[in-house]
Structure formats: structure tokens, C-alpha cells
Design a protein around this ligand. Sequence first.
Ligand code: NAP
Length: 316
Amino acid sequence: MSEKKIIAVLGATGAQGGSLAHSILNDPKSEFKVRAITRNPTSDKAKALAKAGAEVVGADLDDLDSLKKAFKGAYGVYGVTNYWELFSPEKEINQAKNIAKAAKEAGVEHVIWSSFEDTRDRIPLDDDRMPTLMGYYKVPHFDSKGEANKIFANLGVPTTYMFTSFYWDNFIYFGMGPKRGEDGILAFTLPMGDKRLSGIAAEDIGKCAYGIFKKGKELIGKTIGIAGEHLTGSEMAEAFTKALGQKVKYNAVPPAVYRSFGFPGADDLGNMFQYKHDFNDDYCGFRNIERTRSLNPDLKTFEQWLTANKDRIPLE
Ligand SMILES: NC(=O)c1ccc[n+]([C@@H]2O[C@H](COP(=O)([O-])OP(=O)(O)OC[C@H]3O[C@@H](n4cnc5c(N)ncnc54)[C@H](OP(=O)(O)O)[C@@H]3O)[C@@H](O)[C@H]2O)c1
């Protein structure tokens, strides 16, 4: 049997990279093997990956040399950065640049870069429909990833640009789940009006990436949008009501109100939802569900995700 090809997985201890790593590890017939990259190879999650059969390698996205070493001999790299640890577009762009440079130098044959649109292509900085943030951005955590797309292209790194969607897991971990109002009724709040929100189970992102790697070089140079479903707030409320067995309402607020909520990143997310609202047909249209399902036949609907996760949603 020929030697399995190494996929170096960034973020292997996290949601996206973790789901790719486990997709490969759970497939005994895979042509790939996993090199899980982490800053802390002795963490519980890193140890669990090693136990499941991954090679665990220590490296840091801020340290170019460590990435060059970690990518040595790898066929593929899954590239993901964690904006919410940085809260700095410049730092995120620099980490992406390190991924691209290290992949180029190591001669990696296929990188999947987990990314988004640069929203400034549609809303230039002088467009006052939404505030400019941090001096140069409309949606900082999108624009930095979008700006980094050009770095991979300009360096000639063989890259598939995978544009992801809102994780439904945000209803568990990001404080976005339904909360009980003064009327005693559960409600979740989003500034999406009557428009559709592209969503996905976080675990499906890595499964889609596996589907892209399995296609060989076919999708190199291509930008692929992925989503599990595009649903309105009312449709999500209906699904919540059915899954939780009690009424859940959708509380639509204007983006400016969402920006003013004051939690870290509220302005960034307020602009993000406004972008998804204002360019709804293009945004959802780019994230074709049937194509996503062709990459990942296990792709979950919101209802399926809720059935599996309803007991993990904190209801305050
Ligand atoms: N929430 C959403 O709805 C959503 C939707 C689409 C895309 N995203 C994007 O997803 C990204 C986060 O991905 P995730 O959800 O998979 O993250 P996550 O579950 O929070 O895990 C973060 C991962 O990044 C790794 N990491 C962070 N800084 C690192 C560094 N300096 N060097 C090496 N590894 C580092 C961590 O590894 P160690 O700690 O083990 O080193 C960990 O595996 C964000 O940029 C966000 O914009 C989020």
C-alpha cells in the first residue's frame, strides 16, 4: 500500500480543524493521515488526537519558522486562524501570511484557506451605511481573512478558498441562544430582519474540507462557499420551538441596535449581519447547499443539528 499523504491541520484542537482531523482519523480507508498542529502538544485535546492516531506537532501561527518545520513533508495544509483570540485584523493577516509563506517554502501541494468575503469590495470605507471599524475595515474579522486571500494567490500557493458560514454552535457557545424575556418566553436576537441567515454545524466545516482534499487538485484556485441551510429568523424560531418543546420567538433588531450591545465584537458582528442582510441573495447564493452536500454527504440541516444538540443550549 502506498504511503498516506500528510495533511497538516491548523486549529486541530478547535472546531474547524478538529472536525477535519477527526474526519480523516475516523476513515480507516483514507489516503491521508493527520498532523495536528497546536501550540500546546500536552493539552488534553492534543493528547486525545495523538491517542486517536494523529501525529501532534507544536507550532505557533505567529512564528513563521515553527510553521515551516510543521509543514515539512506535508501534502496538504488546512489553514484557519482564530480572530476571536486576536481581536486584530492586522495580527490575523500576519498569521495568514505566515501560513502562506510556510506552505510555499515547504512545497505543500494543496492548502485550504478557511476564509470569507472582503466586505469592502461591496461596501467601500466611505460608504456610511455602516460604520468603519478600527480605521480600515467594515467587518474586521471578514475583511482580514478576505485580504489574506490575495496573499495566498500572490505567492502562488495552490489554494482552495473555502468561505464558511455562521456556526449554529454559536447558539451554545457564543451567547447567542434563546433567552427568557420578561414575558417568560424564550427569544433569540439577530439583526437579520426577514432575510435568510446561512448557517452550518461547525463539525460540517471540517467534513467539507475533507471532501475538498479528496477531490485532489480539482478545486485548487477555486473559491467554494459552504452552508447547511439558509433560514430566516422565523424559520429558526419554528425549528427551536419544535426541538425544545416550548415557544421560542425571533427578536429582530436593527443592526445599529445590535452594534450597541457592548459585548466585545458587537460592532463587528452588527456590521457582519448587516452585510449578510443587505447582500442576502448574493451571500446565500454563493453558499450552494447541494454543492456543499456533494463535498460532505453527512451535511446536517438546522433541525438535525438541533435534535443532536438541543440539550447543550443554555436556556437562561
Ligand atoms: N463562530 C462562527 O460562527 C464562525 C463561522 C465561520 C468562521 N468562523 C471563524 O472561525 C475561526 C476560529 O476557528 P474555530 O472556531 O475552529 O476555533 P476554536 O474552536 O476557537 O479553536 C481555535 C484553534 O486555533 C488554534 N490557534 C489559535 N491561535 C493559534 C496560534 N497562535 N498558533 C497555532 N494555533 C492557534 C487553537 O489551537 P491551540 O490552542 O491548541 O494552540 C485552536 O485549535 C475564527 O477566525 C472565526 O472568524 C467562526
